[in-house]
Design a protein around this ligand. Sequence first.
Ligand SMILES: [Zn+2]
Length: 244
Amino acid sequence: MKFTYEEYQNLIEKLKKSEYSFANYYNWNAFSKCVILRHDIDYDIDKAVALALLEKNIGVHSTYFVLISSDFYNVFSRKIQEELQKIIDCGHEIGIHFDEVKYPEAEGNVERLSELIQNEAHILGQALGRKINVVSMHRPSKGVLDSNLQIPGMINSYCQTFFKEFKYLSDSRRQWREPVDEIITSNEYDKIHLLTHAFWYNDEECNIHDSISQFINGGNNFRFKCLLENITDLESIMSRDEIK
Ligand SMILES: [Zn+2]
């Protein structure tokens, strides 16, 4: 499968044709055959907004998981909050994307991890003015996956239900490990949990090198724009032409 918006749309059409209902982490039990669409926002909110709008246009809803410990975006910045609000306005759910690596002292301590997840959900909730009820893990360790973490008042998208009872399909590292199209059309599974990363999708097919390169090099323009708002007369110090 190509990593284009057109192909993503085709994937959704295949799910519709195979009569999967589009469910979320709360209501899936009401359907005999369903898919939960999930997106983890590891690096780039703009890409997530583009996919959120596409999904709205084709009439499906999903859950976008936000990484508040990201080095690439800050959920308390006005720009990022406006972008996340666009995702919410499309009718999508927001969850917390949790990186356990940030808390080495909690390794193996499920109660502490549960507290830390609730704390991050609370912080994200404050930033967005809404309650955050669902969590996904960023690059989860085997220990966290095996622990089937129960978090009071929250849904763990990596709990046994969504990770084992559902057919879990992911495009992590821009690669489907299984033939996603065939699995959908085979009708072999009544429940599918589909993780896609908006980061990899473009109008035209773009290989992994070019996707990464565009993101890294595009960051220079973004930094310049941010500094323009903060340093008076920036262009007398450094011209735009100097941006590589
Ligand atoms: Zn992640």
